[in-house]
Ligand binder design. Structure first.
Ligand code: ARG
Length: 459
């Protein structure tokens, strides 16, 4: 028999029963649900809304249920629709009438809101921890490759020289922003909706400050209607996770390119790649490809939430039950991707020779050549034009700037001297870029120490 059988004259159709039920996926909120109920029951007792001894009975009953779920497990029932009604039914079944008093001054609307917030509050630190692990790998790789020169690209065309360390620290900075986005989200969601009731609180003297505190929230939410209709914190988390996955996906794409024979800048460890069922020579970057692929799922989860919420009038609507699968899927996906991605990066082998070879072609020192002329007094635009002509000449003769003779240089500008060759060396080009944020060793060391400081504040 349904809880609401008093009002109804018919049983719920079995199709509706199945359709309406969320126990299949919200069962994983059992711990948060029990936590919320214990805080609520204790408050009801303290406020004299129910008898103290009944509150105690409820709390003990809930503890038993928690250990049963975590022990041998329990069978949840589809008839009880969701985790909230399942646990309430189990409680009443175990402790009798006291169980029927638990839902005083509460609705499933504030109950599910508090459960979901508690879940997100628990998962964000886990997610942050995994991003920080990846940061540590990037710092380690950067330290090992401060002088590993490679081409930097724009439009995927060789552009200017950089180092593998500078590249790694670019990603480290992206993931640092992801961490702070997650921290922001955690900070904003840290308010407790419990006591908002269905939408308009209740006429009981509930103490929302006490339940907020008992559950570890900074304070109760300020408006009860907003409390039960708000899923911003889920959307914010999924936005932050989408951006994080976008970063992982871009990184994956680079790794996929870098381990192709066309680049061969890196080799993936055998343990982090796979073979082909037909082509004996293949070693495929499946991990990176899957991370890139799974990014689509997380975006999908975000769009699910945004679309589900966009037309909803205040306050709670059943549509909102659809938030959970998307939330869980996004969290699970990111938590799955981060450690395997970090391990893949940690174990990959860098091929500095191939990077240097690629850096030697493609005229990535052309800007430096122009800067050389600028240092000799030429306006940049004129220097730029001259080097353009030199590059054009090289393309015709199959040269690079540093294989041109001094005569070739001088034929185009008398300002060139023997020292141009030193100026065009890739090491000179990289180390000359010692501007804050740049690829020179000392600049990258500063970037590393900034990230290390960021990590130290969080360990
Ligand atoms: N299972 C529901 C959800 O996830 C709980 C809230 C139900 N509230 C209601 N008034 N039907 O959203």
């Amino acid at each position: 028999m349904k809880l609401w059988a008093g009002r109804f004259q018919k049983e719920t159709d079995t199709l509706v029963n199945d359709f309406n039920s969320s126990i299949g996926f919200d069962a994983r909120l059992y711990k948060q649900d029990i936590q919320g109920s214990m805080a609520h029951a204790a408050m009801l007792g303290r406020q004299g809304i129910i008898e103290e001894h009944e509150a105690e009975k409820i709390i003990n009953g809930l503890k038993t249920i928690l250990s049963e779920i975590e022990g041998d497990g329990v069978e949840f029932s589809l008839d009880n629709e969701d985790i909230h009604m399942n646990i309430e039914a189990m409680l009443t079944h175990r402790i009798g009438d006291a169980g029927k008093r638990l839902h005083t001054a509460r609705s499933r609307n504030d109950q599910v809101a508090v459960d979901t917030r508690l879940y997100v509050k628990e998962e964000i630190p886990v997610l942050i921890g995994k991003v920080l692990d990846l940061e540590r790998v990037l710092v380690k790789k950067a330290k090992a490759h401060l002088d590993t020169v490679m081409p930097g690209y724009t439009h995927l065309q060789r552009a200017q020289p950089t180092t593998f360390a500078h590249y790694m620290m670019a990603y480290a900075n992206m993931f640092k922003r992801d961490v702070t986005r997650l921290e922001d989200c955690l900070e904003r969601l840290d308010e407790c909706p419990l006591g908002a009731g269905a939408l308009a609180t209740s006429t009981y003297p509930v103490d929302r400050f006490a339940t907020a505190q008992a559950l570890g929230f900074k304070k109760p939410t300020d408006n009860s209607m907003d409390s039960v209709s708000d899923r911003d914190y889920v959307i914010e988390l999924l936005s932050a996770l989408s951006i994080l996955m976008m970063h992982l996906s871009r990184f994956s794409e680079e790794i996929i390119l870098w381990c192709s024979w066309e680049f061969k800048f890196v080799d993936l460890d055998d343990a982090y790649s796979t073979g082909s069922s037909i082509m004996p020579q293949k070693k495929n970057p499946d991990v990176a490809e899957l991370v890139r692929g799974k990014t689509g799922r997380v975006y999908g989860d975000l769009v699910t939430l945004l679309t589900m919420m966009k037309g909803l009038p205040l306050a709670y609507n059943k549509d909102m039950q659809e938030d959970k699968e998307a939330l869980f899927d996004a969290v699970d996906t990111v938590e799955l991707c981060l450690p395997v991605f970090a391990a893949m990066v940690d174990t990959l082998t860098v091929r500095p020779k191939n990077m240097a070879k690629a850096a030697a072609g493609g005229f990535i020192n052309a800007t430096d050549c122009a800067d050389y002329l600028v240092k000799k007094g030429l306006p940049f635009r004129e220097a730029y034009m001259i080097v353009g002509r030199l590059v054009n000449l090289c393309i015709k003769t199959g040269d690079t700037l540093d294989t041109l003779t001094l005569k070739d240089f001088r034929a185009i500008s008398g300002l060139f001297d023997e020292d141009v060759y030193k100026a065009l060396e890739l090491k000179t080009c990289v180390n000359g870029r010692s501007v804050y944020g740049g690829p020179a060793r000392e600049s990258v060391e500063k970037q590393i120490s900034n990230i290390e400081g960021f990590l130290a504040q969080r360990s």
